[in-house]
Write a protein that binds this ligand. Structure first.
Ligand SMILES: *Cc1c(COP(=O)(O)O)cnc(C)c1O
Length: 248
């Protein structure tokens, strides 16, 4: 007989439920409807079998940050799910840095790119989308805290970028995304999330015809409740659903 472990590890399904519950509570605190918050389960470094566990539990919006890893995994996940006609179909979000020469690979897999931070990238997505007769929804990644080492547009450059993206017929600007500096303290993220929301409101006021500032992609495992309180419509949660990732 195998000895029972002393501490019971919660399953992915249990953790998914807990995260949903915490989103509901945060939404309630802010007088928001939790249905207006999409939880994106970030499955980077998680193997396909465990991703399928999450999908079966109801986590159908999935996020990957690296294209190469994502392409292989998406294929595996879909193969594992096709044997089961009752299984829901996952929707994949690209949340990490995208190189221009990889843009051609995004269209088969992803429903949205959260991390557009240069005009060149937006133009390339537009060009490839046009060739396929598709339109790709995108978010602009904004570096609110202006850390030199990170990706993302400076807040003062976002309006000009939105005006240029507006001219592209095969990308559709749907909102903003940000990643706060790494910290344990969720309250450190609050002013950053407030700034992102304020910036989205400024862009909305411009009334650019094809731009809809409807999504705020902000909040991760350590601070998603703060993000929901500050208006997030998409939270990107990995660790709280799948457990700690291998470091390095
Ligand atoms: C990894 C990652 C997340 C999720 O991080 P957790 O802290 O594990 O929830 C969210 N957004 C992006 C862009 C990521 O790369």
């Amino acid at each position: 007989m195998v000895a029972q472990p002393l501490t019971k590890q919660s399953t992915i399904a249990e953790r998914w439920l807990q995260v949903q519950q915490r989103v509901v509570e945060a939404a309630n605190r802010a007088g928001r409807n939790a249905d207006d918050v999409t939880i994106i389960a970030v499955s980077k470094t998680v193997d396909a079998a465990r991703v399928v566990e999450a999908v079966r539990a109801g986590a159908i919006e999935l996020g990957e940050n690296r294209l190469q890893e994502a392409r292989e995994k998406i294929h595996q996940v879909h193969n594992l799910l096709t044997s089961d006609s009752a299984a829901p179909t996952p929707r994949w979000h690209l949340i990490g840095h995208l190189q221009r020469n990889k843009v051609k690979y995004i269209f088969d897999h992803f429903v949205m790119v959260h991390s557009v931070d240069t005009l060149e990238l937006a133009v390339e997505i537009d060009r490839r989308a046009a060739a396929r007769g598709q339109v790709m929804p995108i978010l602009l990644e904004v570096n609110i805290s202006a850390e030199a080492s990170k990706d993302g547009l400076r807040p003062e450059d976002v309006e000009a970028m939105a005006r240029r993206v507006e001219e592209l017929e095969h990308v559709r600007l749907r909102g903003l995304m940000t990643i706060p500096p790494l910290t344990e303290d969720a309250e450190m993220s609050r002013p950053i999330y407030q700034s992102l929301r304020a910036l989205a409101a400024e862009l909305r006021a411009l009334d650019l015809p094809t731009v809809r500032m409807e999504e705020l992609s902000m909040g991760m495992t350590h601070d998603f409740e703060v993000a929901v309180e500050e208006g997030a419509t998409m939270v990107r949660i990995g660790t709280a659903i799948f457990g700690a990732r291998p470091s390095g």
